[in-house]
Design a protein around this ligand. Structure first.
Ligand SMILES: C[C@@H](N)C(=O)N[C@H](C)C(=O)O
Ligand SMILES: [Zn+2]
Length: 241
């Protein structure tokens, strides 16, 4: 499959504004990208989404609570200006180079391999309005499950982990091939939680990113491609200055 086949899809832009997340939706704070110094500028920050997306998140939380009344959705990240996308892609490449003992400022095949690895998880910070990074549209959200105290549930890998461990069905496949009982039980637990998150999000109309258990969207190009819509209706939203 091409890396991002959805980027060619038409966008019939909606004028719906970004809205702050309501109090019913738990925010995971401190926000990790803001804490790194990501350039949100004077913009109101990451916990904003399109109204249509917020409505569907509330529907997803209601269907979660019909199944698990003590659990709730926990929002890790929402709207992301293109400048923040660029900052985070660069940060992640540098972090991965440091882990591998590579000089991030020296071109090499290993450095290129890091860029390819990072691009499986982070959209390019394209300034082209025809191929906006998903979070820059206010239609994409990174989220997980939390318990009644607001503590994140273990899902097998942290949000933003690079690697196969982040693929939505990673632990389902691991449970099937595992012969170690303890490893199998743990894999089934994590797979069950990821599957529940996907179930309630998809039941509310969201589409999941193929490589990331935590990333869902409604109304952007990825959503249009995954749900066979003729066009997306949320394009890039710029910071208000
Ligand atoms: C890596 C993660 N935080 C994320 O948001 N990935 C998507 C695909 C993106 O960069 O738009
Ligand atoms: Zn995301």
């Amino acid at each position: 499959m091409a890396l991002r086949p959805w980027n060619g899809l038409a966008i019939q832009p909606s004028s719906e504004p970004l809205c702050p997340l309501p109090a019913e939706l738990l925010r995971l704070e401190p926000h990790p990208y803001s804490a790194l110094g990501a350039p949100y500028g004077a913009a109101a920050g990451p916990f904003q989404l399109r109204q249509g997306v917020i409505e569907r998140l509330l529907m997803a939380q209601a269907s979660l609570q019909r199944l698990r009344p003590e659990w709730r959705l926990a929002i890790f990240d929402g709207w992301r200006p293109v400048a923040v996308q660029a900052f985070m892609v660069e940060h992640t490449i540098r972090q991965r180079c440091a882990e591998l003992g590579l000089d991030p400022d020296a071109a090499s095949p290993a450095r290129e391999a890091v860029e390819v690895e990072v691009a499986r998880f982070w959209a390019p910070p394209s300034p082209d309005p025809l191929s906006p990074p998903p979070h820059s549209t206010g239609a994409a959200v990174d989220l997980t499950l939390a318990d009644q105290s607001g503590l994140e549930l273990a899902m097998g890998s942290p949000i933003d982990a690079l690697g196969a461990v982040s693929e939505p069905d990673h632990f389902g496949a691991l449970a099937q091939r595992s012969v170690d009982q303890q490893q199998r039980q743990e894999a089934l637990l994590w797979h069950g939680r990821r599957a529940l998150l996907r179930q309630v999000m998809e039941a509310s109309g969201f589409a999941q990113h193929p490589n990331e258990w935590w990333h869902f969207s409604w109304g952007d190009q990825l959503w249009a491609w995954r749900t066979a819509q003729p066009a997306a209706f949320y394009g890039r939203v710029e910071p208000v200055v």
